[in-house]
Design a protein around this ligand. Structure first.
Ligand code: C2E
Ligand code: MG
Ligand code: MG
Ligand code: MG
Length: 293
């Protein structure tokens, strides 16, 4: 990838670098600038959350959504989290950003719990670094939930498999503290890492999110069908509910339903959207199917 970017920079000029705007491929100077801007992004109110519905494949109900961060850089416009989260992790800004995400979701849940009922859940992505020793006092989060009157079970924390590979005692303790407060845990992007079944089964997870790279190949002939089937079977045996990421076609949805996958999330249903839009989306959905509300 990096070689490709250099090749392109030489042959097509600097502007082509924009196509490869991954953190490591942006020049060191650009990185520094972006990193500095990121440090003030929270204070400058440049961060926003958008929410993507998670749809029950059996009933079509929407009782869940995932919070996804967006950064509106004053000059660059929208910067993708795939770009700035790794940067935030390397500069340490992830701590403030992650804390902001948590409080923003808590605030939103305060409103949505009453509006959409006690079963409504919002998930948020938590970087492994936020749970590293000395980073986040999970006790603060638990207290914040209590102060806001938000039930722990209405929040889902999504963590990636990398946390599972070398489970560190401090991280396990923090996740346990969240579980004690009722917060549910999901393993994100499943299938892209190297977690083993033993670690997975010790985590007290509620959800497993099948990475979109698997979903993408469903509805086409080949082995991937069997792969997702195996993942669903494994999740079942661990007592986890399965969410398929990146559902874009009716064919994929049909296969997922047939394989016994519980939930789907993807452009087939909706793109991530600002909170007021999500409220309208759910209101419309419930008006159309009052039996499911
Ligand atoms: P993720 O947690 O796996 O989130 C799913 C990503 O897939 C999102 O990208 C979402 O917009 C995208 N997506 C949803 N449906 C579809 C679909 O049908 N097709 C395709 N091609 N993509 C779909 P997004 O919002 O750009 O976020 C990228 C990643 O950045 C996230 O992956 C997550 O790892 C990270 N991220 C996002 N928000 C946060 C945050 O608040 N904190 C942390 N630590 N990481 C975050
Ligand atoms: Mg996620
Ligand atoms: Mg994911
Ligand atoms: Mg992902």
């Amino acid at each position: 990838h990096a070689d490709l970017a250099m090749f392109d920079a030489k042959t097509a000029g600097r502007n082509r670098l924009r196509f490869f705007a991954q953190p490591l491929e942006v020049s060191a100077q650009e990185q520094l600038k972006l990193g500095a801007a990121l440090r003030t992004a929270v204070a400058q109110h440049e961060l926003k959350l958008v929410y993507q519905p998670v749809v029950c494949l059996r009933t079509g109900q929407v009782h869940k959504c995932e919070a996804l961060i967006r950064w509106h850089h004053p000059e660059r416009g929208l910067v993708s989290p795939a770009q700035f989260i790794p940067l935030a992790e390397s500069t340490g800004a992830i701590r403030d950003i992650g804390d902001w995400v948590f409080h923003e979701v808590t605030r939103q849940l305060q409103l949505w719990q009453a509006r959409f009922g006690p079963d409504f859940q919002v998930s948020l992505n938590v970087s492994p670094l936020q749970l590293a020793p000395g980073a986040q006092d999970v006790g603060d989060w638990v207290r914040a939930l209590r102060t806001a009157g938000v039930a722990g079970k209405s929040m889902v924390v999504e963590i990636t498999e990398s946390l599972m590979v070398q489970p560190e005692a401090g991280i396990a303790a923090r996740l346990h503290a969240l579980r004690e407060a009722g917060v549910q845990l999901a393993i994100d992007d499943f299938g892209t890492g190297y977690s083993n079944l033993n670690n997975l089964s010790q985590m007290d997870l509620s959800f497993l999110k099948v990475d979109q790279s698997f979903t993408r190949r469903l509805g086409q002939p080949g082995r991937d069908h069997a792969l997702v089937e195996a993942i669903v079977g494994m999740a079942r045996s661990l007592g986890l509910q399965v969410i398929a990421e990146g559902v874009e076609t009716k064919e994929q949805e049909a296969v997922l339903r047939e394989l016994g996958c519980d939930y789907g999330q993807g452009y087939l249903y909706a793109r991530p959207m600002p909170a007021p839009e999500l409220e309208r989306y759910i209101a419309r959905q419930r008006a159309a199917r009052p039996d499911l509300a």
